[in-house]
Design a protein around this ligand. Structure first.
Ligand SMILES: [Zn+2]
Length: 237
């Protein structure tokens, strides 16, 4: 689905991934669940493109619902997969600390897991090889994505700032639809390793001049980024 010039989204409000499309090719931000492969291929085909036009995948973090088809792109098309160095191990193995899940409602929770099963999330295909990135890196990929460290949800969570798409991709640094309660609107994401650190990291978004804030779960958010950190904190209080 086309959100704006250069900016496309696949998946839905349960799990989403994004494409930055330029004349130089495509940068994929997050790789959803393995079953989103078909959605990726269809979205590219609508643009007259194929997976061979993808120049890189940038993961906002290493959790299994964000790395879905990354290994397939890497293995079959030689596409490099970028992840923050602190989440590289998680992307390669799935190992992560156990955290309390917080509030849950039965229907949204079942909906999330049913969708994950339908999109073949189990067993997870981990990423055999990754390119490690750090805060401040600007990647040589379509759209020149810039890495903004956002530790908290996981140690290596990042936001990805892409000026040409007028967007910042935030992964699970925040959400606009809580996968376990179904509540919508800007708010902290569940399954967060360190909620206090995640809250502090939100300040790093404040200075960005973009019109789109794009989470891994929930509807795309449109508006001034300056208000986002305070709004997420208010919702989480
Ligand atoms: Zn997630």
């Amino acid at each position: 689905m086309r959100l704006a010039p250069h900016l496309h989204r696949i998946g839905n409000d349960i799990v989403a991934a994004y494409l930055v499309v330029t004349d130089d090719g495509v940068t994929v931000i997050d790789a959803g669940l393995p079953g989103h492969w078909k959605d990726l291929v269809r979205e590219l085909a609508d643009l007259g493109l194929s997976p061979a036009d993808v120049k890189g995948v940038v993961l906002t973090h290493g959790d299994s619902d964000h790395i879905g088809f990354a290994e397939r792109l890497r293995r079959e098309y030689g596409v490099p997969v970028y992840v923050h160095e602190a989440d590289a191990h998680r992307a390669r193995t799935g190992e992560k600390p156990k955290v309390a899940t917080g509030p849950m409602k039965l229907r949204p929770t079942l909906g999330f897991f049913a969708y994950a099963v339908r999109k073949r999330a189990i067993p997870t295909t981990y990423v055999a090889e990754v390119v490690e990135v750090r805060d401040g890196d600007v990647l040589e990929l379509p759209g020149s994505p810039a890495v903004v460290a956002m530790p908290g949800h996981s140690p290596g969570s990042i936001a990805v700032h892409v000026p040409v798409a007028d967007a910042v991709f935030v992964g699970d640094a925040l959400t606009t639809r809580h996968v376990l309660t179904g509540r919508t609107g800007l708010q902290p994401a569940p399954f967060t390793d360190d909620p206090a650190e995640a809250s502090a990291s939100l300040e790093r978004l404040t200075g960005l001049r973009v019109g789109w804030v794009l989470p891994g779960h929930g509807a795309p958010w449109r508006g001034s980024v300056a208000a986002v950190a305070a709004e997420v904190r208010r919702a989480g209080a």
